[in-house]
Design a protein around this ligand. Structure first.
Ligand code: C2E
Ligand code: CA
Ligand code: CA
Ligand code: CA
Length: 278
């Protein structure tokens, strides 16, 4: 056991070194990623209880020439730390607008696209006003987008948050709370903020069927959300069993590998075209 412990410790240290090295690389090269056109978006379909497409979540990808695909889970935190997140986040919004416009120009309607916003980006002064102005300038209807905020992003002054989200909602932009259950849960904001949707974190979904308490938590989250008039999206749905359980509880929308991986723009766009008649 001692041997194993030491080995684990060594593995851990070398893993930490790799991680530290990668963080440095990310810091140095992320700033060029936009201009070098290394960033792209993929779109993961979101479906209803019948499995029909109702929307999608836009997710960032960084294709590094030497390092290959770097996960947003690795580079978003670095971007947040260095302040680059605002520039990247702005690029994401423009990119989604371009996609929607291009489809519209071909007469194809795009379902609601959810965009992840980091706390830092959302908390920029005038973010909401500038977003509304940008959508108008881009000719995009405000209800084409949904913003996903984590509990962490909402963890500032409740009164300020309320004003901002209310402004968004009045403009037609809905707000979802992302990764629900993993953050600094204070249930008061759920009650006090004009949110539209709650996304149950994948970690809960993946525990469905593993025991009574795991199932009870998912059930409680859905019931609570519904009683607050929030729609519920389950993330990370991978099995038919998870889907069936969620369906039975009245979960509104589903996202996960069971339905689709996140898709490159062209593949996602292909789903929007009605199938050709033979
Ligand atoms: P998230 O917002 O919770 O996004 C869901 C993540 O779950 C995505 O990981 C998605 O690819 C993954 N996923 C989807 N279905 C399944 C499934 O069935 N099983 C499993 N195990 N995973 C599934 P991804 O794309 O690696 O993104 C990781 C995180 O990076 C996101 O988590 C989000 O927090 C952040 N992120 C991604 N794009 C952006 C962005 O444009 N802006 C900001 N601020 N953050 C972003
Ligand atoms: Ca999300
Ligand atoms: Ca999430
Ligand atoms: Ca997550």
């Amino acid at each position: 056991a001692k041997e194993g412990g030491r080995d684990n410790c060594m593995i851990y240290n070398s893993e930490m070194e790799v991680k530290a090295h990668q963080n440095l690389l990310i810091q140095n090269e992320l700033r060029y990623a936009i201009e070098r056109q290394q960033l792209s978006l993929v779109y993961q379909p979101i479906v209803d209880a019948q499995g029909k497409l109702t929307g999608a979540e836009a997710l960032l990808r960084w294709q590094h020439p030497q390092q290959g695909n770097i996960s947003p889970a690795d580079f978003i935190p670095v971007a947040e730390g260095s302040g680059l997140i605002s520039e990247i986040g702005h690029w994401v919004i423009l990119e989604v607008c371009r996609f929607i416009r291009e489809q519209q120009a071909r007469g194809i309607g795009v379902p609601k696209i959810a965009i992840n916003l980091s706390a830092r980006q959302f908390n920029q002064p005038e973010f909401v006003e500038r977003l509304i102005a940008l959508l108008k300038a881009q000719g995009i209807a405000t209800d084409a987008l949904e913003l996903e905020l984590t509990e962490y992003a909402l963890l500032t002054n409740l009164c300020i948050m309320n004003t901002r989200i209310d402004l968004l909602r009045k403009a037609g932009i809905s707000v979802a709370i992302d990764d629900f259950g993993t953050g600094y849960s204070s249930l008061s904001y759920l009650q006090n903020l004009p949110l539209s949707r709650l996304k149950i974190d994948a970690s809960f979904v993946q525990k469905i069927g593993s025991g009574r308490s795991a199932d009870a938590i998912v059930k409680a989250i859905i019931e609570m959300a519904h009683s607050l008039e929030l729609k519920v999206v389950a993330e990370g749905v991978e099995t038919a069993q998870q889907r069936a359980f969620l369906n039975q509880l009245g979960c509104d929308n589903f996202q996960g590998y069971l339905f689709s991986q996140p898709l490159p723009e062209v593949e996602f766009a292909a789903l929007l075209r009605p199938p050709r008649r033979k």
